[in-house]
Structures are given as structure tokens and as C-alpha cells.
Ligand binder design. Structure first.
Ligand SMILES: Nc1ncnc2c1ncn2[C@@H]1O[C@H](COP(=O)(O)OP(=O)(O)OP(=O)(O)O)[C@@H](O)[C@H]1O
Ligand SMILES: [Mg+2]
Length: 254
């Protein structure tokens, strides 16, 4: 069985990581879990939303592998060494595991390390029913995606023309690059008031975006942020969580 994969995209600071964390929680609570959470943002912070301490990163491991020739246990090949270590950079938590990609590679030849890592992560993809990836802002990461297809892409924006235009560009790039995306929906986050302001609806339509719903600006999120409380601990009745759950209920996630 191969996993159902969900990813987020959108302008910086629109709430991608927050919503990714809450999607993971939804899958654990409402679906059959377990979830592999992948933090693909070089400035990783999904672990904070999820309230777990991250053990290490794939990037860090790649760097480490280059320097280990001398310190590897006697007779252990690079492959064997990476195989052993990569299991240790996965953080295990209740209902989900977290894999943090970390910084992308620097100069130097990483081919051997990359191959082993790729082999391992491909294999991981088959062992979870759900994989949810938090991405960095911008569009470059979309073109770098080579490993997996996405079943559901959540394009996130704040309620602003600029945010919606960025979302429209994401939408366009997905087509241009011929990325394999099963379903693509648009969510406007941090909305004040009952729904999307009238003046923005037209912009959404012009961009050809399929609006799945809006998530309100939530005072509780601001409060949790201030106190450093992981956002996955928000009560289910909170405005943001209940709105997002309602959207997800309508997306026919298997
Ligand atoms: N619905 C909401 N109501 C209030 N605050 C929110 C809401 N959604 C997100 N936030 C806050 O907005 C800020 C940015 O959110 P987040 O880090 O999830 O965005 P991001 O898109 O992942 O940012 P980046 O592009 O830097 O990765 C955070 O402080 C978050 O707590
Ligand atoms: Mg983020």
C-alpha cells in the first residue's frame, strides 16, 4: 500500500506550518494514522507546532556521513553506517513520526549519501498510510520535488491580494511543471469575519483557485504562540481547529 500524501504551499508567514500541524492532528484523531510528518523547510519549525523535540536532520546526517570515513566502526561501509544512523534522526511520537530534512546540501560530493537516504525515505513512504509535508515559502521547492507525487496540495494564503496572487502562481507552476497532484485546493487563513471578504472573491476566481474554505484568525493561536504552547494542543472547539476540520471533512481524504 502506498501512502496518501498531503503537502502545503503558499507565501511566507501565511500559516503553512500551523495548518500542517493541525492536519497531522486531524489524521491522527479522525483517520487511521499513523502519520509521517516531513519538515521540508530548511528553517524547520514544524516540531514546535507539534510539540516534539527533533533528534536530528537528514541534512545533518549527510554532512556527518562525509566526515565519518575515519570514525566509522571498523569494516562498516558508508551504506551500512547511513542505514543505521538514519533511523535515529526520525523522531517517534504519539500517532506520528517526524522526519526533518534540514539544510539542503552544500558543496561536496554527496551522491553516495543521497542515494542511501533516497532509498531509505522511498521505503519509508510505503510504511505509513499518511505523509504530510510542511514546505518552505516560495515556489522553488515545487520544482525540486522529485521523489513523490502529491495526492492533496493545500495552497494557503492570508486574506490579501498579494497572498492570493502568490497562490495563483503556485497553481500555475504546478501545471507548468506537470507535477503530479491529485487534488489541489485553496485555503484562506487568518480571516476576520464570517467568510472571505467580497472584494477578494473575484481575485480568487481570476486565479482559477478552488476555494475549499477559510480559517478564522484565532486569538487562542496568538495566545499559545506568546506562551510557546504547541499549537496542536489547541482545543478542538477552537475557531481555527473546528474550521479546518470542517474543510478537511469535505476533502474526501481516504
Ligand atoms: N488562524 C490563525 N490565527 C492567528 N494566528 C495564526 C493563524 N494561523 C497562523 N497564525 C500565526 O501566524 C504566524 C505564521 O504562521 P506559520 O509559521 O504557520 O506560517 P508559515 O506559512 O509556515 O511561515 P513560513 O513561510 O515562515 O514557514 C505564526 O505565529 C502562527 O501562529
Ligand atoms: Mg512554516
Amino acid at each position: 500500500m502506498s501512502a496518501f500524501t498531503i503537502a502545503v504551499a503558499g507565501k511566507g508567514g501565511t500559516g503553512k506550518t500551523t495548518l500542517t500541524g493541525l492536519v497531522i492532528r486531524y489524521l491522527i484523531e479522525r483517520r487511521k494514522g499513523p502519520v509521517l510528518a516531513v519538515d521540508a523547510d530548511a528553517n524547520s519549525n514544524l516540531n514546535e507546532v507539534l510539540g516534539v523535540h527533533c533528534e536530528g536532520t537528514v541534512g545533518g546526517l549527510r554532512e556527518e556521513a562525509l566526515g565519518t570515513a575515519g570514525s566509522r566502526p571498523h569494516g562498516m561501509s558508508l551504506d551500512e553506517y547511513l542505514d543505521m544512523r538514519i533511523a535515529q534522526v526520525i523522531t517517534e511520537a504519539k500517532g506520528f513520526d517526524l522526519l526533518v530534512m534540514g539544510r539542503p546540501e552544500g558543496p561536496g560530493c554527496y551522491c553516495a549519501a543521497n542515494n542511501v537516504i533516497r532509498k531509505y525515505t522511498d521505503h519509508l513512504l510505503d510504511s505509513y498510510p499518511y505523509i504530510v509535508t510542511d514546505n518552505e515559502a516560495g515556489l522553488e521547492h515545487l520544482s525540486r520535488r522529485t521523489t513523490q507525487d502529491t495526492d492533496l496540495l493545500l495552497i494557503i494564503s492570508e486574506p490579501s491580494v498579494r497572498g492570493i496572487l502568490t497562490a495563483g502562481r503556485v497553481n500555475g507552476i504546478v501545471d507548468e511543471l506537470g507535477l503530479k497532484v491529485g487534488k489541489r485546493v485553496f485555503i484562506v487563513n487568518r480571516v476576520n469575519g464570517p467568510g472571505l471578504p467580497e472584494e477578494l472573491k473575484e481575485t480568487v476566481e481570476k486565479q482559477g483557485l478552488l476555494l475549499a474554505g477559510t480559517v478564522p484568525a484565532d486569538e487562542l493561536i496568538t495566545q499559545y504562540d506568546m506562551q510557546g504552547t504547541p499549537l496542536v494542543k489547541l482545543p478542538e472547539e477552537s475557531r481555527a481547529v473546528s474550521a479546518l476540520y470542517k474543510i478537511l471533512d469535505g476533502l474526501e481524504i481516504p
